[in-house]
Design a binder for this molecule. Structure first.
Ligand code: FE2
Length: 314
């Protein structure tokens, strides 16, 4: 279970790294599942790290949103509903921690249910909507090492689909600069009031003959704040050991880290929300942003020790 101090840290910074939250043996099983579903003739081979340096060869690529292999990304969303993966990321202890933060009644994932990406993209050529046809976790997301690819700047974003709490769980060791999830501390409190809606956002339908607007609409305040975050705030990189997880607030700015290491980044991504989300999502994003979170979060003063801050790489 999370301590008062950990909860306090989460409230102030919008993220919380919890080392060793998943069993190493179960992580190993999920890593094996990834390789089992890769076609035999793929260049990438489990025992050969050199073969895992990206990008994917054209012959090995696939655009199926449920098992995407493109560029440096290998995203298996079918595995998001695999019972092993659900037991791993929605384990009793991880759900208990999420419950400590969210209060309410957690939505239950459905093993062998519909995986994310089942209905294709949010619009032609657009991103996969994590909220449609997703009865489990988002899936197992890998980032291949960049090899000699030129360095790219960090660029944060927030997720557009409705949920309340995200989690990224490393299923293999991930070194620094190895593609770990990156978070912008305290950005949740800066971005939250720039939204019109609490856990959702207005969208404009996509029309092929009117291509300027595609889905999500951001307020000018939001776009300004994201620019400032990119310029002013040093992100925290959630590298670590297999079994480490990071919880993150729905409105926290983040990105999938660049992988400048020689090791493939392997993680399970999942969302948490309560059965009240449908009622909350379109209510105004004004006032106390914690009003529907647990009493413990609401009462927390947001204080923590220097020691915890250091553990959290702040
Ligand atoms: Fe994201």
């Amino acid at each position: 279970m999370l301590s008062h101090e950990q909860i306090s840290f989460f409230k102030t910074n919008g993220y919380l790294i919890v080392p060793g939250a998943m069993a190493e043996q179960q992580c190993k099983k999920v890593r094996e599942l990834m390789w089992q579903v890769l076609p035999d003739n793929t260049t990438l081979q489990a025992g050969d790290p050199a073969s895992q340096i990206g990008p994917f060869k054209t012959a090995d690529e696939t655009s199926d949103a449920r098992h995407l292999r493109q560029g440096y990304r290998w995203l298996n969303r079918f595995l998001g509903v695999n019972p092993e993966v659900i037991n791993l990321i929605y384990s009793e202890s991880i759900c208990a921690m999420a419950q400590q933060l969210l209060g309410g009644q957690l939505r239950q994932a459905v093993a062998n249910g519909l995986p994310m990406g089942s209905y294709g993209n949010a619009w032609p050529g657009g991103p996969t909507d994590p909220a449609t046809g997703n009865e489990g976790a988002r899936g197992v997301y890998c980032t291949l090492p960049y090899g000699n690819k030129a360095r790219d700047p960090d660029q944060c974003h927030t997720d557009g689909h409705p949920f309340q709490l995200g989690v990224v769980g490393l299923i293999d060791d991930c070194p620094e600069e190895g593609g770990g999830f990156k978070v912008w501390p305290k950005s949740h409190t800066r971005l939250y009031p720039t939204f019109a809606l609490r856990y959702d956002q207005p969208r404009i339908p996509y029309y092929e003959h009117l291509p300027s607007y595609k889905g999500i609409v951001h307020s000018p305040e939001y776009l300004r704040e994201v620019d400032k975050l990119n310029g002013e705030v040093t992100p925290v990189e959630c590298w670590g050991k297999a079994g480490d997880i990071v919880f993150w607030h729905h409105r926290l700015a983040h990105m999938a880290g660049h992988n400048y290491s020689d090791t493939m980044r392997q993680a399970v991504l999942a969302d948490f929300w309560t059965t009240d989300l449908d009622q909350f999502r379109a209510t105004p994003a004004q006032g106390d942003m914690w009003r529907d979170w647990s009493v413990q979060v609401q009462l927390s003063g947001g204080d923590y020790s220097d020691e915890l801050a250091e553990q959290q790489r702040l």
